[in-house]
Design a protein around this ligand. Structure first.
Ligand code: ADP
Ligand code: MG
Length: 207
């Protein structure tokens, strides 16, 4: 069993770090098929998430994820803020003080449900859903075969990275990149790439 609050705190720190480190890369990816703000949106967003989490030293994981959701929804401009905010809100509903492999898979599945509820994208439309969907599938498979909390998150992160890489050839049919039509092919989706970094942070955060 993993302590949920410790995990959310460590995840937050690593998510803030990785979105800051990849800020320019995400800006460049979004400049190619969007409006170039994704790196700034996420860097600012996760520094606000960190402030919100750091302000609640004694909170349970659900409270921390809910506070994160509010920070993302209220502080991040662009589509990604409400999308990730809704993911965090749904994840809060599944987070428990002590979590095992099944809990990890349930949390990620709830996150994906939130993104889909908010943005109505299906797999293959070149969005962050293309990182989260294989992540949830891999997490569920790993949990079914008895993987612990860390193993489930590791499987999810690896699958998310592959999913993000596979957005290269896709044509965007949702979000700003869809305005480019066929010309969106040949570029990675910025939100899928950032989601793979966020899910990598979730795996690394397991002590
Ligand atoms: P904006 O597009 O408003 O400038 P961002 O640049 O922060 O917002 O985020 C863009 C990312 O949001 C895209 O790369 C894509 O992954 C994701 N996205 C956009 N629309 C949707 C949607 N309907 N469902 C899921 N993800 C989406
Ligand atoms: Mg943008």
């Amino acid at each position: 069993m993993t302590n949920g609050s410790d995990w959310v705190r460590a995840w937050t720190d690593l998510a803030a770090q990785t979105t800051h480190q990849h800020r320019e890369e995400l800006i460049e990816l979004d400049r190619a098929i969007g409006d170039g703000d994704h790196g700034e949106n996420l860097d600012r967003g996760f520094s606000e998430v960190k402030k919100a989490v750091d302000a609640k030293p004694d909170a349970d994981p659900a409270t921390l994820l809910k506070a994160s959701a509010m920070a993302l929804i209220s502080k991040v401009g662009g589509a990604s803020g409400p999308l990730l905010g809704t993911a965090y809100l749904r994840m809060a509903g599944k987070a428990r003080p002590e979590m095992d492999g099944n809990d990890a898979a349930e949390v990620l599945a709830a996150g994906l449900e939130g993104i889909v509820a908010r943005g109505k994208a299906s797999p293959g439309e070149k969005t962050m859903v293309d990182a989260w969907t294989p992540a949830v599938e891999a997490a569920r498979a790993q949990a079914l075969s008895g993987g612990d909390f860390g193993a489930v998150l590791r499987a999810a992160a690896d699958a998310a990275a592959k999913g993000a890489a596979a957005t290269l050839d896709l044509v965007a049919t949702k979000g700003r990149a869809s305005y480019l039509g066929e010309r969106s092919a040949g570029h990675l989706d910025p939100g899928a790439v950032s989601s793979s970094y966020i899910l990598e942070a979730a795996a690394k955060a397991v002590a």
